[in-house]
Design a protein around this ligand. Structure first.
Ligand code: CP
Length: 310
């Protein structure tokens, strides 16, 4: 039977139904077993993934490249478009038309919200949104949800606290939309006044009847949360004046984590600057340098498999 995601683009997390998400997580489990047993296989020999990154990346770029190679496919790895004809003025529309002739799947990151959706209109190969400005990062949200589900396989009524710059952070935008599909989950948000979630996201969460609340401090919430999701202040998306005002607003250190449940987890999709003190890195609750990173490979292998498999 053909996968429901065969040749499908994923631009927003809202392109996926809960049964699609279940299928991706199950496939990620299979991919983990495959990697641990055999380091991968050759199922996509002859297929090509083009990674077109108009904005810097370490994890998303490298994990997609690794995922395709673990499945036997080839890659066009462009982690800076200034070495391509984009530097001569070629448009995004023309660029994706061209790369669709070489590749079976395009993975695109861009600094402009909506740009990957635009690219998808012109591409003839399926497109995965690897982050578009302050809008969405749907594959990171799938990784984060997979990480949460693996830690709490039998818990539905989880309490998830996200802190930091929720105005500009695309992974948490996508994660909140994903979590809105699971009504038993409670979401708490803590941000400085000027870094609250975008109005359209707040409206969406209300329309979806999500159990969420917004705060400006978070210490008082820690004893009740299962997941603490920490975000970076996105300096590249704000003026210097605002950055100087908000930087360092929240720092998670060993005193903060003493307030947390023993079996809670601390997540961050990285890069981290100063919002989690390095003294927290080896705490058993911290998953950001371990499972959260490894799951990135398995979830991206799963997506490639479900989109390319007939
Ligand atoms: N988490 C994440 O998107 O990291 P990169 O920006 O390094 O890809």
């Amino acid at each position: 039977m053909k996968s429901k995601l065969f040749k499908k683009s994923i631009i927003s997390i809202n392109d996926l139904e809960p049964d699609d998400i279940d299928m991706i997580l199950k496939k990620a489990d299979e991919m983990e077993k495959l990697v641990l047993a055999n380091d991968g296989d050759q199922r996509f020999k002859g297929k090509i993934l083009a990674a077109l990154f108009f904005e810097p990346s370490s994890r998303t770029f490298s994990s997609f490249i690794t995922a395709m190679q673990k499945l036997g496919g080839g890659i066009i790895p462009l982690n800076r478009m200034d070495t391509t004809s984009v530097a001569k003025g070629e448009t995004l529309e023309d660029t994706v038309r061209v790369f669709s002739n070489y590749a079976d799947l395009l993975v695109i990151r861009h600094s402009e919200p909506g740009s990957v959706e635009l690219a998808d209109k012109y591409a003839t190969a399926p497109v995965l949104n690897a982050g578009d400005g302050i809008n969405e990062h749907p594959t990171q949200a799938l990784i984060d949800f997979y990480t949460i589900r693996k830690k709490f396989p039998n818990r539905k009524n989880l309490h998830i606290l996200m802190i930091g710059d929720l105005a500009h952070y695309r992974p948490t935008n996508s994660l909140m939309k994903l979590l809105s599909k699971y009504k038993e989950i409670k979401i708490s948000l803590a941000t400085p006044k000027k870094l609250k979630i975008q109005n359209n996201l707040r409206k969406f969460l209300k329309e979806q009847d999500v159990d969420f609340e917004e705060h400006e401090t978070f210490d008082h919430l820690l004893s009740a949360v299962d997941v603490l999701y920490v975000t970076r202040v996105k300096k590249e998306y704000m003026g210097k004046k605002l950055y100087m005002e908000v930087k360092g607003s929240y720092i998670v250190d060993k005193n903060i984590i003493k307030l947390m449940k023993k079996n809670a987890i601390i997540m961050h999709c990285l890069p981290r600057i100063d919002e989690i003190h390095p003294e927290v890195d080896n705490n058993p609750r911290s998953v950001y340098f371990g499972p959260q990173i490894r799951n990135g490979l398995y979830v991206r292998m799963a997506l490639i498999d479900l989109i390319l498999s007939k």
